[in-house]
Design a protein around this ligand. Structure first.
Ligand code: G3H
Ligand code: 13P
Ligand code: ZN
Length: 332
């Protein structure tokens, strides 16, 4: 058993309490590679922000669980080396699919886990979440649960709405499971294609898609039921059009990619939403920089040549999110 405390990590308890009170949100950036991890740490240190570094089950397999444990320890040491005396870094399992996966993560240095029972019938979600909470809390590891299903691009417009979190369930769910935070569904979704073109309108000037607004009425009802309780938003990439345009200009093919407008995330961050998940924007920033680099330097084949601008572009994006969208800067 490796406790996250030995690695210098923290759980989400204190940072969420401060974020809810302070009207800002903690960035939860997914990572798979060393360059993403370096960019996340550099951005967090330079902006003096707490940060959640999260890995999906697939990312954990890609990186290898043993290497991840050392990467997390390395992230804390790197933050200190960059001049941050007291880094607040969480290693979080994103979309944990079973008790066994959560247990394994807790035993290998994670300070926070998500158990995603959102696809299960309500009572099964309650039972599975409670089982993970009971185990995790023995080790002071915090647990995120999910209620409501995020829309996928495959959903029909009408089906997308029917999966929103039901405010009337949140008190019962959080009380019976003892979860530390709750991911909700109010219209965000995963990936770079969050809405079908027919769900959007088009900006007459640019021809770009304008997505429908998030269901803030549901968020506010949930906040009324659970005052001060930490709420999480998944699927919160903005899919920046300049990155999409760069990708498309240099040989990519991402037609009609669309994300959540940043002003809506800014509004959410001021509410009880205290963790905002961003993965796709990092993938886009990395891919755009690499595509451009290869197009401009067809003779390059040393990975450091194209991964350096990729890392710099991700760092720029992380800093932008922290300072201009989530407001978690200057909180250390
Ligand atoms: O919500 C999912 C995250 O974007 C992680 O995606 O399973 O492809 O690593 P992944
Ligand atoms: P995006 O695909 O919008 O970046 O969402 C990431 C996420 O929710 C990870 O859990
Ligand atoms: Zn997610």
């Amino acid at each position: 058993m490796t406790s996250y405390k030995e690695l210098g990590l923290v759980n989400t308890k204190e940072m969420f309490a401060k974020a809810v009170k302070g009207g800002y949100a903690i960035p939860a950036f997914n990572f798979n590679t060393m360059e993403q991890m370096q960019a996340i740490v550099q951005a967090a240190v330079e902006t003096k922000s707490p940060v959640i570094m999260q890995v999906s089950k697939g990312a954990r397999k890609y990186a290898n669980p043993t290497i991840l444990r050392y990467m997390a320890e390395g992230a804390v040491a790197y933050a200190k080396e960059l001049g941050c005396a007291n880094p607040q870094i969480v290693l979080h399992l994103d979309h944990g699919d079973s008790f066994e996966t959560c247990k394994s993560c807790i035993e290998t240095g994670f300070s926070s886990v998500m158990i995603d029972g959102s696809h299960l019938p309500y009572e099964e979600n309650v039972a599975l979440t409670k089982k993970v909470v009971d185990f995790a809390h023995q080790y002071d590891v915090t647990v995120e649960a999910e209620l409501g299903v995020l829309a996928g691009v495959e959903d029909e417009v009408s089906a997308a709405e029917s999966h929103y979190t039901k405010p009337e369930e949140v008190i019962d769910f959080s009380t019976r499971t003892g979860c530390d935070s709750l991911a909700i569904s109010i219209g965000t979704s995963h990936g770079a294609y969050k809405f079908k073109p027919e769900q959007c309108t088009r900006d007459p000037k640019t021809g770009k898609l304008v997505p429908p607004p998030l269901a803030f009425d549901i968020l506010h009802k949930i906040e009324e039921k659970l005052p001060g309780f930490p709420i999480v938003l998944h699927g919160s990439s903005s899919v920046p059009q300049d990155e999409v345009d760069t990708i498309n200009k240099f040989g990519g093919k991402l037609p009609d990619a669309v994300g959540i407008p940043e002003e809506q995330l800014r509004e959410a961050a001021k509410s009880a939403v205290c963790k905002i998940n961003i993965d796709s924007d990092s993938r886009l920033a990395m891919t755009a920089a690499i595509r451009q680099h290869f197009a401009e330097h067809p003779d390059h084949f040393d990975p450091r040549q194209y991964l350096t601008p990729a890392r710099d572009n991700m760092k720029k994006m992380y800093i932008h999110k922290i300072m201009n969208v989530l407001g978690s800067n200057d909180k250390l």
